[in-house]
Design a protein around this ligand. Structure first.
Ligand code: PLP
Length: 352
């Protein structure tokens, strides 16, 4: 694929101080269009700019869109690394299939990510734990209010330098179980990375924050009994030394960090079960003193230990509200591979 590059004549001032997450954007962006005559075409890297769109664009009314999220890391030798981009690209096309968006050739997506990141390489922060967040996304641009898959799309990639998720070390979070609202159901779009899942989750997230909790633990949409996932993270429990995580049944997002966690644990001889796990089982395990650890996994936080769980007013403290040994080991291993500090037996880290 040929990518035309138009460089900005007015580069922005790089931020000084705390970066946060998703607030600052780099000098350039990637753009590509789709129409039925030309397929995906006109790949270009342009100065970061606002878009002009018709108010009748399909995406605004019927939410035909998708997104991905991954990071670029600067290693100790100054090289730029990605972590398992093939998995994100595979998931991008799985989401597209569900959303009736035309698939993209995987090698073109990788090339788009690589060239865009390298164009704005100077924006990759170097402080420990920082990275360049990569946000590819696609949306429907047909003009009209009829309900049917769009015939025109835009594929964009924007980049955002992001700070260390744990400025003060790997701190446990408080999570509240949501038993009124649901995020997704089997047969719906839970396994697809789409904005609609997040739109449906905002009300639960608001409720959680109002009660002083960081995130929501979502239960299955039918019985409100089995655990799905946490906000933008997959979830794991350590019970009696065994690691348990909800299986992929169509209602949860197949996280790249989830998959990496399972593979790493198995390679180290841990027993990992992918199965349904009810919230009652977690509380029973806690009551019996068998719940050793709970943690979330996702690109943003990598591993997020859970220190407190609240289910309908019943609060439990997990691992004394401290980081457990498995959570810490996984965090060290995965970030070690991402930043090229540790041996990478799986070949997950890609030098650009
Ligand atoms: C992106 C996402 C995750 C985490 O996936 P990773 O590939 O590990 O970043 C988990 N749950 C939801 C709902 C997500 O959108």
């Amino acid at each position: 694929m040929e990518i035309r590059i138009e460089r900005t004549g007015t580069p922005k001032q790089k931020p000084a101080g705390a970066l946060g997450f998703g607030k600052i954007f780099t000098d350039h962006m990637f753009e590509m269009d789709y129409d039925p005559e030309n397929g995906w075409h006109d790949a270009r890297i342009t100065p970061y700019h606002d878009l002009v769109l018709s108010p009748a664009c399909v995406v605004f009314h019927y939410a035909q869109e998708m997104f991905e999220g991954l990071k670029a890391y600067r290693d100790a030798e100054g090289r730029v690394r990605l972590f398992r981009p093939d998995k994100n690209i595979e998931r991008l096309n799985n989401t597209n299939l569900r959303m009736c968006i035309p698939p993209l050739p995987p090698e073109d997506v990788l090339q788009a990510i690589r060239e865009t990141v390298l164009t704005d390489e100077s924006w990759i922060p170097t402080e420990p734990g920082t990275s360049l967040y990569i946000r590819p996304f696609i949306f429907a641009t047909d003009v009209g209010l009829g309900v049917h898959p769009s015939k025109h799309y835009k594929f964009l990639i924007i980049l955002s330098p992001s700070g260390s998720y744990y400025a003060g070390g790997l701190a446990p979070v408080k999570i509240i179980v949501e038993d009124e609202y649901v995020r997704a159901v089997k047969g719906g779009t839970g396994f697809a990375k789409v904005g609609g899942n997040y739109a449906a989750s905002l009300i639960g997230q608001e409720k959680a924050e109002q009660s002083g909790y960081a995130q929501v633990l979502w239960l299955d949409g039918i019985q409100h009994k089995y655990i799905d996932e946490v906000g933008a993270m997959n979830v794991f429990f350590v019970i009696d030394g065994k690691v348990v995580t909800p299986l992929l049944e169509g209602n949860i997002l197949p996280g790249v960090t989830r998959d990496s966690t399972i593979q790493l644990l198995r390679s180290k001889g841990y027993d990992v079960e992918e199965r349904r796990i009810s919230i009652q089982e977690v509380y029973d395990a806690h009551a019996a003193g068998r719940l050793d650890e709970m943690f979330g996994t996702g690109t943003a936080a990598v591993i997020s230990p859970v220190g407190e769980l609240n289910w309908d007013g019943n609060r439990i403290t997990i691992h004394n509200n401290e980081i457990g040994p498995i959570s810490q080991m996984l965090y060290d291993e995965i970030t070690g591979i991402q930043y090229g500090r540790r041996e990478d037996p799986f070949g997950w880290s890609m030098v650009l």
